[in-house]
Design a protein. Structure first.
Length: 467
């Protein structure tokens, strides 16, 4: 624990939904829900306007529609979210070399390590300056927590939401934490929270009063000791600069189970190409190709093949993924497919393509693992927090991925009317609202889905547009 509140935690406010509101003027102040739009879709983020109806992340989209039928339901645009995140993370790195990102929209910063602040006044000034810089650079708001430990800084940013700053002075931790729910503490999920509730413990203060021995008896030594320390506000974890990625992967969940083997092979090839695109963008190559298949009954299979050296060649990854698929029984249907590359390196073995085609069929070194419990959102980003299944996978332009199927929220450009976004489609027609960041709410027009003058488009930047 530090004697000054020089650990900063930034959490952007309803990040995905706020990006959509900033880029679509007609949605500002409206209920916006971002996530999978199909029957199996899950909410990734809901705007604060939507949260008033009870909509929250990880909720099935079908349930959200019942709670908030008039909300705007949009597919995620991860390419734009990553671009905005890079701007925000760049501002954090100006404060300190020790920045620990937790997701696209959340990170810890060690202000002392950057010489930015050494006391409460300096920390508060740095936090306020950061919030102003983020708004100027992105048009978005973020909440900042400042404290002498990571845990308390995160608690502070949550209490400051939305669009606020809270500084916890060292020495006031226990008084602040005491009335809070035990679910406030990291690692206390629904199961642990319910277990503690049945024991008569619902607040952090009651947790501290129970004592270490009682907590160890209730939840085990490792968890009990940690809970007691957190209840006292004790946390010595350092801010750790971002680590290199260990893997790159992409996946798609399908609205309807896939049965056609040819279609399944096609989807695997498409995923392999997207995976390689992300691999190259990160400046890496990889040695082990992984295929993930979730079947109709929710059983999950993973297959992997390790090559003789690292590659970032799409042909090599496609060939390996196809070989892995041959060993998977897809009878009954496929709900989800994923392709990943692990064993990352900063170089590529140039002759691997020939090696892979010549004899890699017998090079499978890793044993298949059935029923693997893997997290959703294998694109490596927590925004998706990375937690929700979506019909449009992270990292892909949904309009382009779907051909002439126009997904709600995707970017388009018309030869005559300019940039806009898809408001809805069906019965052979697509409705587009023509507006852009910084413009007034735009006009809505309807076209045939195959209108040659309407094309998918890249997202426009959030700031610096007309207005």
């Amino acid at each position: 624990m530090r004697t000054a509140p020089t650990i900063l935690h930034l959490d952007m406010d309803a990040f995905y939904a706020s990006v959509e509101q900033a880029s679509k003027p007609s949605l500002r102040g409206k209920a916006v829900i971002v996530g999978g739009l199909g029957p199996r879709g899950v909410v990734a983020t809901a705007s604060y306007e939507a949260r008033r109806f009870g909509v929250h992340s990880a909720m099935p989209t079908a349930q959200a529609r019942r709670l908030c039928p008039n909300g705007a339901y949009l597919i995620p645009r991860f390419l734009l979210y990553r671009e905005v995140s890079e701007v925000v993370m760049g501002l954090l790195r100006e404060l300190s070399p020790l920045v620990e990102p937790l997701s696209l929209d959340e990170a810890f910063v060690d202000l002392e390590a950057g010489g930015t602040a050494f006391d409460s006044a300096g920390a508060r000034a740095a936090g306020e300056r950061l919030r102003a810089d983020i708004t100027a650079a992105t048009g978005l708001s973020g909440s900042v927590g400042l404290a002498g430990s990571k845990m308390l800084a995160k608690v502070a940013s949550e209490e400051a939401k939305p669009n606020g700053l809270l500084l916890i002075e060292p020495g006031t931790e226990r008084e602040l934490l005491a009335p809070m729910s035990v679910r406030t503490l990291p690692g206390v999920g629904p199961a642990t929270g319910e277990h503690l509730r049945r024991a008569g413990i619902t607040t952090v203060g009651e947790l501290a009063e129970a004592g270490e021995d009682e907590l160890v008896r209730m939840v085990g030594r490792a968890h009990g000791v940690g809970l007691y320390r957190m209840a006292l506000g004790l946390d010595d974890r350092p801010v750790v600069a971002e680590r290199d990625a260990k893997s790159v992967s992409v996946e798609d969940t399908f609205d309807v189970d896939l049965h056609d083997r040819v279609r399944i092979r096609f989807e695997v090839q498409r995923l392999a190409d997207r995976c390689v695109g992300r691999l190259r963008a990160s400046g890496h190559s990889g040695r082990t190709i992984v295929l993930k298949v979730r079947r109709y009954d929710f059983s999950t299979l993973t297959r992997s093949e390790t090559l003789r050296g690292p590659t970032d060649d799409p042909a090599v990854v496609r060939e390996a993924a196809a070989r892995l698929l041959e060993g998977v029984d897809t009878t009954g249907g496929v709900r989800l497919l994923g392709v990943g590359v692990t064993g990352l390196a900063d170089y590529t073995q140039e002759d691997l393509f020939a090696q892979a085609l010549g004899g890699a069929a017998q090079e499978a070194e890793a044993a298949p693992a059935e029923g693997a419990a893997e997290a959703e959102g294998a694109d490596g980003v927590a925004g998706a927090p990375g937690a929700a299944e979506t019909a449009v996978a992270p990292g892909e332009d949904p309009g382009r991925a779907a051909g002439r199927h126009w997904a709600a929220g995707s970017d388009v450009r018309h030869a005559l009317y300019g940039p806009g976004w898809v408001q809805g489609s069906g019965v052979g027609r697509v409705t587009v609202r023509f507006e852009q960041p910084g413009s007034p709410p735009g006009r809505v027009r309807t076209f045939l889905v195959d209108d040659p003058e309407l094309e998918p488009s890249d997202p426009l930047p959030l700031v610096g547009r007309p207005g």
